[in-house]
Design a protein around this ligand. Structure first.
Ligand code: NAP
Length: 315
């Protein structure tokens, strides 16, 4: 571990890749570490319609592939490793990974967030067997089947619309009687003949032997419980869950400041309380979690890392 990187970035989603681009283009030695798949959540998105400049056929994976290529062109390294511990007592910080240990002048934390589970009985056991958190990945399995989408935000409604291309019926199950999703997205959904809505309703339990066979719904106003059984011919149906996200910040517990839900606290320059440690993207406390804000965070963090190195190591 003799090499000391100027910047080690944790996470290769849009925030991490943008930080990697700005850092490597700024001639800083840059390493991007990813524990899972490159790209973060956006690679599970079939359409990226609101990232400036992406108009036709822009998908999450295609956008990420271009970001990766651009980073590598400027010399950033991308490696697969899971960081287990970070030591920041010295000026040179140490990141202990499962595979290797790394040294860095600065760290940019861009670990992103993952889909939040509903937390009901049967959900975990039947994940991948009818319960899904990714329409792009699993929609095809439900061609001509019935599908329920849980949640009322942008993700739930957009992904439900996508699912109507496959499923014969898509029912949005929302805990209130009004969607949270943007009005423009709602309008399209209300016009879609394949979409139905179950208001004031939550799932209490998912049941099935090997695959989802039934689900217990609860009307939160009346308290009434109803068990929905799969159509006999189908034998199963889909439950797609989009009830928000959980920041992937466990690694930073006790090290960085976070809010009560685990999102990292930074200033406008992506600085954490530890000099030389920055945070970017969906893991941060912020008002809008989008690709466009993630890449912006990444760029700011990289430029600030450069300023920090200049000030701390070269003066
Ligand atoms: P979100 O906006 O937090 O919405 C989560 C939805 O799940 C809400 O409708 C919420 O209900 C519901 N919910 C939360 N916990 C629940 C539970 N335990 N049981 C049942 N329902 C539950 O999450 P999101 O839709 O994933 O969006 C996350 C962020 O990404 C947002 O900032 C969103 O704007 C953005 N996003 C944008 C786009 C786009 O612009 N095209 C697409 C996708 C996501 P309540 O409404 O009652 O709270």
């Amino acid at each position: 571990m003799e090499k000391i990187y100027d910047v080690v970035i944790i996470g290769a989603g849009p925030a991490g890749l943008s930080a990697g681009l700005y850092a490597s283009r700024g001639k800083m030695s840059t390493l991007i570490l990813e524990k899972d798949k490159t790209g973060g959540q956006i690679v599970t998105t079939h359409e990226v319609a609101n990232y400036p400049g992406s108009i036709e056929s822009a998908t999450g994976p295609s956008l990420i592939a271009r970001m990766v290529e651009q980073c590598k062109e400027f010399g950033a390294e991308i490696k697969k490793d899971t960081i287990k511990e970070i030591k920041t007592e010295e000026k040179i910080k140490v990141l202990v990974g499962e595979k290797e240990t790394y040294q860095a002048r600065t760290i940019i934390a861009a670990p992103g967030a993952i889909p939040r589970p509903m937390g009901v009985p049967g959900e975990k056991e039947l994940t991948g067997k009818g319960v899904s958190y990714c329409a792009t990945c699993d929609a095809d399995f439900f061609t001509d089947f019935e599908v329920f989408v849980i949640g009322g935000g942008d993700s739930a409604v957009e992904e439900a619309m996508y699912l109507t291309k496959f499923a014969r019926k898509v029912t949005i199950v929302h805990r209130r009687d009004e969607l949270r999703a943007a009005k423009s997205i709602q309008e399209k959904a209300f016009k879609n003949p394949k979409m139905e809505f179950m208001w004031d309703t939550v799932i209490e339990e998912v049941k099935g032997d090997g695959v989802v066979e039934s689900a217990v719904f609860k009307n939160v106003k009346s308290g009434e419980l109803t068990e929905y059984h799969a159509d006999e011919e189908d034998g199963t149906f889909g439950i797609f869950v989009f009830v928000g996200y959980l920041p992937q910040t466990d690694l930073f517990k006790g090290l960085l400041e976070m809010d009560e839900t685990g999102y990292l606290i930074t200033d406008d320059n992506m600085k954490t309380k530890i000099p030389g440690v920055f945070a970017a993207g969906d893991c941060r406390v912020k008002s809008l979690r989008q690709v466009v804000t993630a890449v912006s965070d990444g760029a700011i963090a990289a430029i600030q890392a450069e300023k920090y190195i200049e000030h701390t190591f070269h003066e």
